[in-house]
Design a protein around this ligand. Sequence first.
Ligand SMILES: NC(=O)c1ccc[n+]([C@@H]2O[C@H](COP(=O)([O-])OP(=O)(O)OC[C@H]3O[C@@H](n4cnc5c(N)ncnc54)[C@H](O)[C@@H]3O)[C@@H](O)[C@H]2O)c1
Length: 280
Amino acid sequence: MRNAKTLEIGVIGCGSMGAELAGVVGHDGPGGIPGARVTALLDVDAEQGRALADSLDSHPGSFTDQAEFLTSGDIDIVVECASQVAVRAHGEAVLRSGRTLLLMSSGALMDPELSAALLSASEETGAQIIVPSGAVGGIDALRAVRADLDSVTIVSTKRPAALEGAPGFAEWEGREITEPVTLFDGPAAEAVKLFPANVNVAATVSLAGIGSERTMVRVVADPESPGNVHEIRANGGFGEFIFKLVNRPHPKNPKTSHLAVLAAIESLRALVNPGLRVGT
Ligand SMILES: NC(=O)c1ccc[n+]([C@@H]2O[C@H](COP(=O)([O-])OP(=O)(O)OC[C@H]3O[C@@H](n4cnc5c(N)ncnc54)[C@H](O)[C@@H]3O)[C@@H](O)[C@H]2O)c1
């Protein structure tokens, strides 16, 4: 027998990730999230919100205003799939309203002031902040051995086109790269400034493990890279693990790995349909 209550989901950000996630809410079957429905959408771009609302059977309200979104009806869980700016603009209000916040723009938590404000709101209301594993994996193992970690490194390898526009790629902009080039080797705290598109991966790994000053990041541009490749290596008293992901880009946004959306969907599924949970 299913939960009596259908959980009501609000989504902030109706782009590639938000649209795919909202599209599977309420559906039975392997890729779906039964027992839930999307009731409200928030996006700075009214057209994005409206287009997604029109495509959903649950006919959610679509808003550009935070207060209207939060008071529009029943929302149990808010899923943020928008941007770090959106976390800054809406995260605290969501938590202060007592809703669980599933947060995809985890890079926002690298800002100590914002992070402290969100944690304080969470403590006061008891509302949880959940950061899905996103575009990486092994986060459960990393968390489990956190107290026993000596070192954590991430090597992120991408094709040059996927790094264009990043401040850390500036000197290579317009130049041909014919073999793998290491663009950066240093702490995650520094990497996220030079490669903001990598910020979520570095942030999630740092938050789960030993923090952004001790987590080391190497960024490599490789014209032959088979996708967005992330290799996480952790060492400590527990032993060692090496976790490698070769991610395909999302068909609607090449900067987002498709795995990130699937991880968000899986986290939401676990919240909505508790039952048996393996590995969390
Ligand atoms: N955790 C991870 O591993 C991981 C992986 C990939 C992407 N992400 C992050 O997830 C987020 C969503 O990714 P996406 O591919 O769906 O992006 P997208 O650009 O396809 O869509 C983002 C949507 O959010 C809206 N938006 C942006 N700022 C907003 C704000 N302040 N308030 C309300 N709406 C706002 C945009 O109008 C757009 O419709 C991004 O921040 C991205 O960096 C996280």
